[in-house]
Design a protein around this ligand. Sequence first.
Ligand code: SDX
Length: 384
Amino acid sequence: MSDESIQETQFSRGLEGIIAAETKIGYVDGLNGKLVYRGYDINVLAEQSNYEEVSYLLLKGHLPSKDEYDQYVAGLKKSMDLEKDEYDLISQVSKTSHPMSTLRTMVSYIGGKDSGSVEPDLEKQEDISVNLIAKLPTIVAAINRATQGREFVKPDPDLSYSSNFFYMSTGRKPDTVEARMLDTALMLHADHGMNASTFAAMLTISTLSDMYSAVTSAVSTLKGPLHGGANERALALIRKVGTPENADKVIGDMIEKKEKIMGFGHRVYKVYDPRAKILKEYAKYVAEKNNKPELFHTAEKIEEVMINKLGSKGIFPNVDFYSGMIYYSMGFEPEIFTPIFAVGRISGWVSRALEYLSDNRLFRPKARYIGESELRKYTPINER
Ligand code: SDX
């Protein structure tokens, strides 16, 4: 089918409202505040599942049997550790780069070493996908350690995926509540429709490039403050406001100046993000447990001011508003928050890229030309 025969669809800035693919992996109901992974409501999964099982579900389309689960988890554990040159590169790059830039470098570097990755065949890309799911927590944990000038902590095969990430990042094993909170946060971040970083991964794989390149594109895209970079900035905003009493003035002034309030608003959700509801409960818990209620009360007041002022425009807290408080309570510094988002999202990125690859069509949208209407005469430079 040539271009001419395709009925030109309407132009939509940022592809807003445009359907660019079909998927069975999950959907976001923006008007009713629902998120579904392969037919399971996110609240049910957050309550009863774990990250290993959710990542398997996204990849395969069904919850694993006990044998399938054990085999999958054993495979992740086998691939989890990094090689010496990879740890060395993390040490070197972390000295000068933001953790998200180091993560982008590491995915690309590890991909460059995998000579087989250039095969466009689905099976090879599936193997790379599981390898990346296995390695992301180790890479991000090592970046965290290097950024703090601490020794690397190797993975402990006796720990679960998220507890291992916590252990490799902090050097201590999480308590049961920390383990549950982190595992839930990773599940909540695992997939979210055609978000920008997932779209970047799908676009890259649609050229029959490799999964390492697709995930490098995704990491690069997630880094932006309008997307995954918002969680780091949301905590900075809450700390800048400082007390509940300041919220009205600080936020009001920012809205007056048409500044974007990080952690609020969404292209799809026009109601409260269901993930933010769950994360808010955990943020409240850690505030009370650590006897530091001020930060949470300030956040709650910001939420109240925002909903009063912009709720009528469909602007509510999104996944990034409360997540930072939880990570911070576990000892993670704000600059590592977006890499933690990537640890959760890796399974959504690769699952959707694999799904698209299985019925591939090169992404190639058009742009409406609004430039010169007539051809212009070329004049040599000495006559201009
Ligand atoms: C994520 O897509 C996904 O699924 C993403 C994600 C995922 O899981 O992958 O959910 C993760 O990226 C969540 C979003 C994190 N980003 C932020 O928190 C940054 C702050 N948010 C905004 O930049 C904004 O809400 C976006 C980018 C998230 C969505 O913006 P849209 O759909 O492009 O909406 P818009 O910018 O056109 O805003 C519409 C109106 C504007 O006002 P008017 O010009 O009509 O008067 O709403 C206003 C905006 O100024 N607005 C905000 C606002 N968000 C929108 N005003 C103040 N603060 C905000 N946060």
